[in-house]
Design a protein around this ligand. Sequence first.
Ligand SMILES: [Zn+2]
Length: 185
Amino acid sequence: MSYFLAPSLVKLRDEVNQKWPKRDKTSDGWIGDPSHAARKSDHNPDWAAPGSRRGVVRAVDIDRDGIRPFALLKRLKKDSRVYYIIFNGHIYSRSTGFKKVKYSGANAHTTHLHVSILGTDFAENSVRPWLPTFVTVETRGARVDKALVLLEQALAIAKGGRRRKLARAVREAESIAVKQKRKQV
Ligand SMILES: [Zn+2]
């Protein structure tokens, strides 16, 4: 059996790569070098983990260049898989409610975010999304169109006095939609 990066962290790295395709990966990393192996580090494989989890590595380093590191940090602090994050001279740990605490370790982590996950089956193996999915321009356009169709239908159904109110709503929605679509171009 050999060591491996926890599937959840593989997923995190994939999502970061997708979101910031041109990012710098110079300071990326996951498996510990000999200096890591000499001390306790989440970059070392856990040979005591049970079953198929044996050899799992529970930490990943993500280069800060070409991404929005603080936005990523904010996201990570909310994720139930995360144990702690070290970045830019500070550590944010689950044990302190992810409060910003000065990091006293030798490496201030100015070039990358260090992300450690909890030593649980879920934290290691859950590949649910880490980052919010972003609505594409095409999807947004389609949604606007759908909303307009629904409004037109409502207008067709409405009777009497409500009809005028609804007509106004439709006109407003249309002008918003036009502005939205202009913005996209
Ligand atoms: Zn690290």
